[in-house]
Design a binder for this molecule. Structure first.
Ligand SMILES: *[C@@H]1O[C@H](CO)[C@@H](O)[C@H](O)[C@H]1NC(C)=O
Ligand SMILES: *[C@@H]1O[C@H](CO)[C@@H](O)[C@H](O)[C@H]1NC(C)=O
Ligand SMILES: *[C@@H]1O[C@H](CO)[C@@H](O)[C@H](O)[C@H]1NC(C)=O
Ligand SMILES: *[C@@H]1O[C@H](CO)[C@@H](O)[C@H](O)[C@H]1NC(C)=O
Ligand SMILES: *[C@@H]1O[C@H](CO)[C@@H](O)[C@H](O)[C@H]1NC(C)=O
Length: 860
């Protein structure tokens, strides 16, 4: 079979199908590349500071994830709460669109203990006018670090556009601070430095609702008009069709738009002046307009643009474009205005009213043939945004026919190729992707795989035609320079990720080959998995071991190996074994509080523990991961999380000693039980109340994990353990067992993903957050109430599950939800459904879930 180079296929498809508009504007969801503090692309001389404590804590050492010098930048004197004059400044040499910042304190291999608990950001586009960044609610202070080693990432909402950025540490008492930072974003190709426009106005709807159409994030001067700033027209967020709805939460109606009323302006037009960083050769301007004509809002009917180079006069010959408007399509859209390769450093455009109101949410400029690398489609704009051809004829039918023809051709072409190469391609790419995930270097997104499944399964199915004008790029591995910044967290032995943990390594599970059948009830039975969590651990084993031994970060004690009495082998893997052991005097080695509540043993009675052992000949990666796992587990202390009791790491083989849960995992446990209702049940029974009690405990454990910002990534009944009297503890921080291999989606035996438990954004975008844990909790709840009698979506194949994920993403009501289990009252089913809401912000938190489940049930 002739093997078509796969990259060709990847390139071909997006180029033909993605409309130009999607590539011409900055996409804040994609524009998140590290700008070179940690990677070293920003040279030392571009990093400066207000002061330095010593030569070895100079500004140039303020690089995230770097231990050079004395480990960070530190100012000369302590930071005072009411006198913020210390700062670390970065000159990016060109305007950048910055969406994310990361900070870290001074760790210096354990010598440092300084960090900035809070900070502010100042930025400047010209180096003279400094602006304080504020979030969409006007708050300036960002939460910084809580310890000297973890990286904390903060999304900038709104993003900022600047060449110079200052980090200003903030404290609530006089305090020594040190800082390491990184900026994430991309080059600001628009080159726009400021726009001046009349201030936005207020629209009062017939019902009395006031729509505020001001530019609320404008960073220039306000007055009758806005001058010298950038704001909502350049924040990368396009407004919705209905201008009363917004993308942002907790803001007022009309937030995404800046709007003007005809009567308030002279001449029947709005004039906006745009200043650029240099003289550019302009091809187009794209204006995202609302067109809700039923409410008196329309796209402008005409636009005239004047050009100016440097400080000269406006050139007399304007570029003028007239739009032919329809009253058919009320959706908001980008209107493309050709600028005919005029050279200018400033543009002045007059947009003429076609109705009482005109509303813009974004204005972008394309010049000098520069294009953004927006290769991953943002979830906000799944479908091709409506675009106009440069003649500005609003001609939807023509566009549709054109797109239709194109799509049909592509469809046939791709279908042929895909059919031939289907298996080979898909498998190879997934394999490659998974390998890259292991290397911690890639973003993998399985975008809209429903298309591909469509080709595979029911090519002739009807509705496929319209939806195939969405993008096809299923997997788009970005280059190593463009790694997701939050992936950096994975390089640290500590877990504490930021709010948005999108790393993938925890999920990539190697094939558990060689594990014997029927691994019994033990939390971390599958030692084989340890090889899965390889990757850029920058700490060497000895350092970490010393860390562990010094007890600085880890609150578990070394346990004398000889006190363990072997009882039974619970499991075996490539790198070690799990034993059930008896031990006397355990409580001497564990926390007092825990000895009381957890082990339930008086000091004279031996207790059972599970001991996971790493073979002495295990490779370095496995050792590293074993120690990493110890470190993670040692920090988790909650009655509903499996507890690490002690370790033996002074000599080989390395061991970790955890609680032993006699009833095995929840999946097996429930499978052995029957619902209480049939009076003549043969198996042991379990009541609704018991099920609810168990679910409440899972929620409680997850509440604890989420309070630490810890993302579990693999919550499922198989990873919850059952003790006496229906007590539940969550276990298995990133492991799988061959017993449940059917629950994982296998990619040529290399990586496996628990897709039936994964949220759509985890599958499609590789994003793992507490909200995706909430999704998995919903599935776990469903399993619990079906008594684990079937796998989630058991009637769907793996490919169909992924296809269904695409439907969740598109949210057009075609997604399949898990059905309501018989034992499950409406209130609980409603809770499940809320866990599977498309928008992560709409899902409940674990606090909410726990509260809801904990309340006395009125519906039994
Ligand atoms: C930050 O910007 C604000 C507002 O422009 C200014 O008052 C303040 O002095 C600046 N701080 C630093 C450290 O640059
Ligand atoms: C815009 O309008 C909202 C709603 O009235 C108001 O809270 C906000 O302060 C305004 N923003 C600016 C920058 O004027
Ligand atoms: C602007 O760019 C276009 C296309 O790249 C080119 O044909 C034209 O000559 C350029 N104009 C100037 C003045 O350089
Ligand atoms: C806008 O206002 C001007 C007068 O300022 C008027 O001539 C024009 O007809 C109005 N246009 C619309 C579409 O209402
Ligand atoms: C787009 O990607 C190319 C090569 O991958 C790179 O040279 C270019 O700088 C990127 N552009 C942006 C805006 O990041």
């Amino acid at each position: 079979m002739p093997a078509l180079p796969t990259p060709l296929l990847l390139l071909l498809v997006p180029l033909l199908c993605v409309p130009r508009a999607a590539r011409a504007q900055v996409n804040p969801a994609v524009c998140r590349y590290p700008l070179g503090m940690s990677g070293g692309h920003i040279p030392d001389e571009d990093i400066s500071a207000s002061s330095q404590w010593s030569e070895s804590t100079a500004a140039k050492y303020g690089r995230l994830d770097s231990e050079d010098g004395d480990g960070a930048w530190c100012p000369e004197i302590p930071v005072e709460p009411d006198d913020l004059k210390e700062f670390l400044q970065i000159d990016l040499r060109a305007l950048h669109f910055i969406t994310l910042v990361g900070t870290q304190g001074r760790h210096a291999g354990g010598h440092g203990n300084e960090f900035a608990p809070m900070y502010k950001i100042n930025y400047s586009r010209d180096g003279t006018r400094w602006i304080s960044w504020r979030n969409r609610h006007g708050k300036q202070v960002l939460d910084g670090n809580t310890n000297p080693y973890d990286i904390v990432l903060k999304d900038l909402e709104p993003p900022l556009i600047a060449r110079f950025v200052r980090f200003i540490p903030v404290t609530d008492h006089s305090m020594n601070v040190c800082l390491r930072v990184e900026l994430y974003g991309c080059v600001w190709l628009d080159g726009l430095v400021s726009y001046n426009a009349p201030a936005g106005q207020q629209l009062v709807l017939p019902g009395g609702t006031v729509i505020y159409l001001n530019d609320s994030v404008y960073d220039g001067a306000f007055g009758y008009s806005m001058t010298e700033g950038l704001g909502q027209l350049t924040d990368g967020v396009s407004g919705l069709d209905d201008f009363t709805q917004t993308h942002e939460y907790h803001v007022w109606p009309g937030y995404d738009y800046v709007g003007w009323r005809n009567e308030s302006t002279a001449g029947g037009y709005v004039e906006i002046t745009f200043e650029f960083d240099r003289i550019r050769n302009f091809t187009t301007m794209k204006v995202h307009c609302n067109n809700m004509f039923a409410k008196g809002v329309k796209i402008f009917k005409e636009v005239q643009c004047y050009f100016r180079s440097d400080a000269g006069e406006w050139e007399p010959n304007a570029v003028s474009s007239v739009l032919v408007l329809d009253d058919v399509n009320p959706s908001a859209r980008f209107v493309t205005v050709p600028l005919l390769h005029r050279m200018a450093s400033a543009i002045k455009c007059q947009y003429y009213f076609a109705d009482t109101w005109m509303m813009f949410s974004e204005i972008t400029f394309q010049s000098d043939a520069a294009m953004y690398n927006n290769s991953v489609p943002p979830p906000e704009m799944p479908m091709a945004p409506t675009t106009y051809d440069p003649t500005l004829k609003v001609d939807d039918s023509n566009t549709r026919i054109l797109i239709g023809c194109l799509v049909a051709i592509i469809f046939i072409l791709v279908a042929i190729i895909v059919i031939i190469l289907w298996r080979q391609f898909w498998q190879k790419m997934l394999e490659k992707a998974s390998r890259r995930m292991l290397d911690d270097e890639m973003t993998v997104s399985l975008s809209l795989p429903s298309e591909s499944s469509m080709f595979n399964h029911n090519r002739s199915s009807s509705s496929s035609e319209q939806e195939s004008n969405s993008t096809y790029d299923r997997i788009f591995p970005l280059g190593p320079d463009y790694q997701e910044p939050s992936r950096l967290i994975r390089k640290l032995p500590e877990f504490t990720p930021g709010e948005e943990d999108t790393g993938c390594s925890g999920l990539v599970k190697p094939s558990p080959a060689g594990v014997p059948e029927g691994v019994p009830h033990y939390a971390e039975a599958d030692i084989v998995n340890l090889q899965g969590v390889t990757g850029g651990n920058t700490y060497s084993v000895p350092a970490l071991t010393m860390d562990l031994l010094s007890g600085k970060d880890v609150a578990v004690e070394e346990f004398p190996r000889k006190l363990l009495t072997f009882k039974e082998k619970l499991g075996e893997g490539q790198f070690g074994e799990v034993h059930l052991c008896e031990v006397e005097g355990m409580e001497k080695f564990t926390d007092k509080d825990f000895a009381l509540q957890g082990l339930e043993a008086s000091s004279d009675r031996p207790v059972l523990v599970a001991v996971k052992m790493l073979r002495a000949d295990a490779n370095k990666n496995a050792r590293n991961d074993f120690l990493k796992e110890i470190k993670i587990m040692s920090r988790l202390k909650d009655p509903n999380i499996i507890r690490l009791l002690a370790v033996c790491i002074a000599d080989d083989p390395l061991c970790m000693i955890t609680e032993y849960m006699e009833n095995g995992d929840l999946n097996q446990f429930l499978s052995r039980h029957e619902a209480q209702s049939p009076p003549d049940a043969h198996a042991p029974t379990v009541s609704y109340r018991d099920l609810r009690f168990m679910a409440t405990q899972i929620a409680s454990g997850m509440k604890y994990l989420s309070s630490l910002n810890f993302v579990h990534r693999d919550l499922a009944t198989r990873n919850c353990l059952v003790g006496k009297r229906y007590t539940i503890k969550i276990a298995d921080f990133g492991m799988s067992r061959n017993l449940y291999s059917g629950d994982y989606y296998r990619i040529q035996g290399r990586a496996v993903l628990p897709i039936r438990w994964m949220s759509w954004e985890s599958i499609l975008l590789g994003k793992f957050t507490t909200a995706s844990d909430v999704w998995a909790f919903g599935v776990t709840l469903w399993e619990t109430f079906t008594l684990c009698r079937e796998q989630p979506y058991s009637q769907l194949s793996d490919e169909q599950v992924i296809e269904n994920t695409g439907e969740f993403f598109r949210d057009q009501g075609r997604q399949t939800y898990l059905p309501q289990p018989a034992l499950c009252p409406d209130s609980i089913y409603k809770l499940m459904l809320s866990c599977w809401r498309r928008d992560t912000k709409d899902r409940p938190s674990f606090q909410d879930i726990h509260r809801l489940l904990h309340e006395p049930a009125g519906d039994e």
